[in-house]
Design a protein around this ligand. Structure first.
Ligand code: ADP
Ligand code: MG
Length: 606
């Protein structure tokens, strides 16, 4: 099938949709339109989000309206106010060349009186939310007794929003002879049941595989510690300076919180959730649609009605509880044949959920690393340079000032001038990401390093920079046999207990050294080893490095090992925050630290 003419649509409809840029029917339209034009049979239409289901039922409905009868002939029910408005708007534009057809949207959250007077003028097609539609029927303002066609759009969503009883009540008043159509992106068991209840031997047409996420969407996930989720989100936004996307959160509370944080951190973001007034929601949506907002933080229900075609990203701040919801979310991008990216930020314990989402979507997810500060800075820098290169200069506006500016900046060389201009914009990123930690560093102590020497539960606490309860440990060893060593690398350079043990094994080539407590701090660490191997270890670490940082290792000042039972965590905290300001790399900084700190360490190096 190549074009709409072959589907036997009227010329006035074809000219209207051609103006909208529709060149050929989408697969679901190709399947559904001929059936609806030719038969009165009930129909279930299944196709991914963004594949043109509105026109699939809307075009035949418009064509079948008899404008000589001033009665409501088509009723479309959809779950949200936004969807109603969208569908009504779509139908109005499909029928713009047939001025006699009237389409009215009715939904809650706004004056019912206005809608009543709209209906009074006569409306061939009514698009409504179940609640408001039922309300209007009960008030005898909407007459459904002459309805030929009922459409349940996004039926799965209407059911999950608890509209089942409203649907029952609405359909009760419609003629038995009507045609019932049900459209959905997914076909959960509930939908099959309802289709049996509301429909009469329906033909089921589905385009693409059921329950499958859109094909032109790339599915990506990042794995971070739960507490790093927000930081990861920021980095994702920063590495995509042109991002235009929706961030899905699970609750209203989370939605608000994330949006507030993003706004405070200077992002072009806002929240969309059910606690907003209708006017506030409209305003947020308008800003987002017109791209005055780059990031919309939303709950699933609130974002449901948003029809935006050009989203670059859908971000799952966490995976939804139901897999079907993931399909809806990711279907917000990659619409109308464009490509899109659906990102999920996961923590380790969510990984099993990922498997089941992969299964139901039939897509495999690609793991990506959260970008490092350096990568982000590079990306932002080139973006800035690009903008400088392409910015349009309004000569007449700047002319009055330019002479004075030349004079003021005269003394700078071209090179200096460029550096300064770039720095004006860019220093913010440089300073924010200076010494930024690697968010991909996951504490694996709870799974893959099981069986290594350290008590797994406690190691986690150590990684967090706190000292854990080491009762268990102490029962098992005699402190006198251990020596406590300092090393100049920590979590900021990706050191974790597993890699530290690996480092010891690699450098000493000795696997039987007993290792005691490990404390990974941000920029340095302490670990205990069997005293008998102290010299071996110190020697073996000479002239070695870790992630390109020359290692400095020495016996820790005994005072720093803290009193038994009352860890010297205060000391650690102070040192850590003191050093957090600089990037602690190598010997030079280390000696500076020692001096500043006024504390002497025993020198062990020869
Ligand atoms: P769905 O209801 O399946 O999620 P929509 O009906 O909202 O999808 O359509 C998604 C987008 O695709 C809309 O912007 C719509 O205008 C556009 N669209 C629909 N049919 C076509 C077509 N045949 N050619 C081009 N664009 C289309
Ligand atoms: Mg739709």
């Amino acid at each position: 099938m190549n074009n709409f003419e072959e589907l036997n649509l009227n010329p006035d409809i074809i000219s209207a949709i051609t103006e909208l840029g529709f060149v050929k029917p989408t697969p679901i339209q190709e399947l559904v339109i001929p059936v609806l034009l030719e038969s009165e049979r009930d129909l279930v239409g299944l196709a991914q989000t963004g594949t043109g289901k509105t026109a699939a039922f809307g075009l035949p409905m418009i064509q079948k309206v008899d404008t000589s009868i001033n009665q409501t002939q088509g009723l479309i029910l959809s779950p949200t106010r936004e969807l109603c408005m969208q569908i009504a708007k779509d139908l109005q534009s499909y029928s713009k060349n047939n001025h006699k057809i009237r389409v009215t949207a009715v939904y809650g959250g706004t004056s019912i009186e206005t809608q009543i007077s709209e209906l009074r003028k006569g409306s061939h097609i009514v698009v409504g939310t179940p609640g408001r539609t039922l309300d209007l029927i009960k008030r005898n303002r909407l007459n459904v007794s002459k309805i030929n066609t009922v459409v349940l759009d996004e039926a799965d969503e209407m059911l999950s929003m608890g509209f089942k009883e409203d649907l029952d009540a609405i359909l009760e008043g419609t003629p038995d002879t009507k045609q019932t159509l049900l459209f959905s992106a997914t076909m959960p068991a509930e939908i099959s049941r309802i289709s049996k209840k509301f429909m009469n031997n329906p033909v089921e047409l589905s385009a693409g595989t059921k329950n499958v996420a859109a094909e032109n969407v790339k599915h990506i996930y990042y794995e971070v510690q739960a507490r790093d989720r927000y930081e990861a989100l920021k980095r994702i936004a920063d590495i995509n300076p042109k991002i235009y996307g929706i961030i899905f959160c699970r609750t209203r509370h989370e939605t608000k919180e994330i949006a507030d944080k993003l706004i405070t951190d200077g992002y072009n973001a806002d929240a969309l959730h059910g606690d907003l007034s209708q006017a506030q929601r409209d305003s947020v949506m308008t800003k987002f649609r017109s791209r005055h907002l780059q990031l919309l933080v939303a709950t699933d229900v609130a974002a449901r009605g948003l029809d935006v075609d050009d989203l670059t990203h859908v971000i799952n701040f966490n995976l939804p509880d139901e897999n079907e919801i993931y399909i809806h979310r990711s279907g917000r991008t990659g619409r109308a044949g464009k490509s899109g990216i659906s990102l999920s930020i996961l923590h380790m314990r969510e990984k099993h959920k990922l498997r089941s989402v992969e299964k139901i979507t039939g897509r495999s997810f690609e793991k990506m690393l959260v970008p490092s500060g350096k990568e982000i800075c590079a990306k932002q820098l080139y973006n800035l340079v690009d903008r400088v290169e392409n910015v349009e200069i309004d000569e007449s506006q700047i002319a009055p000032f330019i002479e004075a500016i030349y004079q003021k900046l005269e003394w700078l060389s071209r090179e200096e001038l460029i550096k300064k201009f770039v720095s004006v914009e860019f220093n913010r990123f440089l300073s924010y990401y200076k010494g930024a930690k690697d968010l991909n560093k996951i504490d694996k102590s709870r799974d893959d390093s099981r069986g290594s020497r350290e008590d797994t539960g406690r190691r986690r606490k150590d990684v967090d920079g706190r000292r854990g309860d080491d009762e268990g440990r102490r029962r098992n060893r005699d402190d006198a046999n251990f020596t406590r060593l300092f090393i100049n690398v920590g979590s900021s350079t990706n050191l974790n207990p597993a890699s530290l043990i690996g480092l010891i094994n690699k450098n000493t080539k000795e696997k039987s050294i007993d290792i005691g407590k490990i404390e990974i701090m941000k920029n340095f660490s302490f670990f205990e080893v069997d005293k008998a191997f102290e010299k071996t270890i110190l020697k073996s670490f000479e002239d070695t490095d870790f992630n390109n940082i020359p290692l400095v290792i020495e016996v820790a000042n005994p005072k720093q090992s803290g009193n038994e039972g009352s860890p010297s965590s205060r000391n650690f905290k102070r040192r850590d925050s003191f050093k957090g300001k600089e990037n602690f790399k190598g010997k030079e900084n280390y000696s500076r630290l020692k001096n500043k700190d006024g504390r002497k360490r025993r020198e062990n190096k020869k």
